[in-house]
Structure formats: C-alpha cells, structure tokens
Write a protein that binds this ligand. Sequence first.
Ligand SMILES: Nc1nc2c(ncn2[C@@H]2O[C@H](COP(=O)(O)OP(=O)(O)OP(=O)(O)O)[C@@H](O)[C@H]2O)c(=O)[nH]1
Ligand SMILES: [Zn+2]
Length: 376
Amino acid sequence: MVPYGWDADWDAVFAPYAEQGLLPGRVVRVDRGQCDVLTPGGLVRADTEFVVPSDPMSVVCTGDWTAVDTGDRDPRYVRALLPRRNAFVRSTSSKRSEGQVLATNIDHVVICVSLADELDLGRIERFLALAMSCSSGDALLREQAHGESIAVQPVLVLTKADLVPDEATLAHLRTDAETVAPGVQVLPVSAETGEGLDILAAVVAGGTTALLGQSGAGKSTLANALLGEESQAVQVTRDRDGKGRHTTTTRNLLPLPASAGGGVLIDTPGLRGVGLWDAQDGLGQAFSEIEELARDCRFQDCAHDSEPGCAVTAAVADGTLPERRLDSYRKLLRENTRLAARTDARLRAEQRHMFKQRQALGRHMMERKRGPHRRA
Ligand SMILES: Nc1nc2c(ncn2[C@@H]2O[C@H](COP(=O)(O)OP(=O)(O)OP(=O)(O)O)[C@@H](O)[C@H]2O)c(=O)[nH]1
Ligand SMILES: [Zn+2]
C-alpha cells in the first residue's frame, strides 16, 4: 500500500508496471531532466529521459504518478507516466499555444480567502472558475486521461476567522460567500484558534489537495496546520551520490500526516502565482445556476442581453438570480476571452485569417448574386 494519494484505481492502472517489477512513485518536484519521486521505499531521484514527450503538455509534472526502477541502480529512470486524471494548465504567451502544466491528479482545490479583508465576491468567483477549469481542461488532457477527466472538488476556506468580531458577522460572511459558490462547501477556519481545522482535515484526508488563493490569504499557515509539526520537522535530505553529501530540496508536494488519514498537499510557486487563465469551461461550472437557466433560453447562443425569450434575464427580473451574479459572469467571460486572445497568438492569427476569408467569400457571393459590376 502506497500513501500519497494512491487508491484502488491507481493500483489497477499500475498493475502491468508492477508485473515488470517497477515501483509506483509520485512526482514531488521536477528539475531539468530529473525529478524527485515519493515511492513506498522513500524519496528517490530519477532521470526522465525515457518519458520526454514531443508535446509539452505531457512533460512530467508535480503530482504525476510514475513507474520507476527499483533497487539502488544509479541512475534510476522514470519508465512510464500514468495517465492523468486532471491537470492545472496555464496557457502560455509563447508562439506555440500549448499550455504549461502546473500540477496534476488533484482531488480537492482549497481556495483560501482571508476574512481579514472585506469579502471580494468577484475574486471568489474567479478562483472557483479557476479551480473548476482543472478538471475540464482541454482536449489533450481528455485524450491523456483516456476518456473523461475526473472532477476536482473545490472547497472555499474563509481563513483568519478569529479576526471576525462576532458569530453573527461570521454567519453573514459565510452566507455571502455561499451565494457565489453554489454547491461548494464553505468553511470558516482559523489557524490561530484551530477552528474548522478538523473539518477541513477530514475533507481532504487521503486525497490530493492543491491550495489556491491570493498572497497573504494564509495558505502557508494553513498548510503548516494541516501538515502538523511532525511533518514540518522532517527535513528533506537526499544522499545524492552516496558520498554523504546531503542536499536539502524544496518539495512541491507534501505528505499529510497518516494519523489524519494521509494524502498530500500540493503547493507550487506556479500555482500560487496564477490569475485567471483559460478558465472558460471552469466558468460554466462556477456559474452552474446560470448555465442551467440558459438551457431554457429561446436561442441556443443567447448572450442573455436583450434577446427575446431569455430565461436568464427573466430570472434576474423576477429576483431568482441576483443581478450581481449575471454581471460577474459576464465580466469574467469577457476577461477570459480577452486574456485568451492576448495570450494565444495563434488563435489571433487564425481569427484574422478567417475574417479575411469570410470577407472575401462574402464579396464573392455578393458579386455572384448581383452579377459582375464595376467597383468604385
Ligand atoms: N489572525 C490570524 N492570522 C493568520 C491566520 N492565518 C494566517 N495568518 C497571518 O496572515 C499572514 C499571511 O499568511 P501566509 O500563510 O503567509 O499567507 P500565504 O497565503 O501563504 O501568502 P503567500 O506566501 O504570499 O502566498 C501571516 O502574517 C499569518 O500569520 C489566522 O488563522 N489568523
Ligand atoms: Zn439568455
């Protein structure tokens, strides 16, 4: 039995590799050409040259499950990468429009929002869309996952609950947060008093959890509280070349205490720095009640603006859908489209090309319809 987020499904996927005498290992961090993996035998360093893909989206990433050589042979190799269940992908601004994979195989995304500041509902919605984009991913990911990717479960954690003066105010803030997070567990937590920590620990036990949130939201503090003193005290040392030279490395994936049910936390600098990337699919899930309403719009491509028979604007009119929600949805959709257009040079070029083609085609059809005519 391997901890670190391993389960019966991984066991089944891994069976053929086990037959070849390979070990399952979870990627903790990736360096150039090498990675650190957690195996049942401990932390090992392995070369990745056998799993270098032509496609950057398949590059070994923190959170990946791999099949590695056993024994003390040096160097060890990662022999295979197990198909991913899901992935956090950031679109890049490079000429090639492939994304950059930040973390993979995630069960829970804990979104940290500080109660020390005024609750920014728009920001919560943005983070939720981001969290939910993890499982929708893109076509490439779906291919890799051999079918549908597995959904992540977002949890909205309201941190620093000890700074809220009274229970009534806290209840209020919680309700406010819940209105923008339909179907999502909202949990006030304080690392200071320990409030809510046991509930959160129970939610994430056994699985893989990624932390999202603004700088200063309390992610590190929360991570430390979940990891417990025991885990923090353990420094990662690695006997690199058998000559007694120990290297301390930073890990991006940390095992949760077995006493609390195990599992791992993923906290990578890359994930920390994200804004809203291509979260189009995630937006639909974060605003699921709007998407649901939209099914009853008369037009399939309804923009919920001034179209006749729009079920969404009707819901705003009769008070079932807060206008704020629709505004926020529109704003994030726009923002996302702008961002995608900016970061994806290829898409832009394609759009220009298509537009020109359409213009040319339009002119051509017009001329055919009207017959040859002199142009000014
Ligand atoms: N009162 C109170 N303060 C907290 C709590 N959790 C965190 N803080 C404080 O909030 C500040 C920021 O916490 P961090 O854990 O460093 O925040 P972070 O999200 O990891 O920030 P970055 O590393 O910049 O991404 C620190 O000064 C913490 O001491 C809490 O539960 N209660
Ligand atoms: Zn509509």
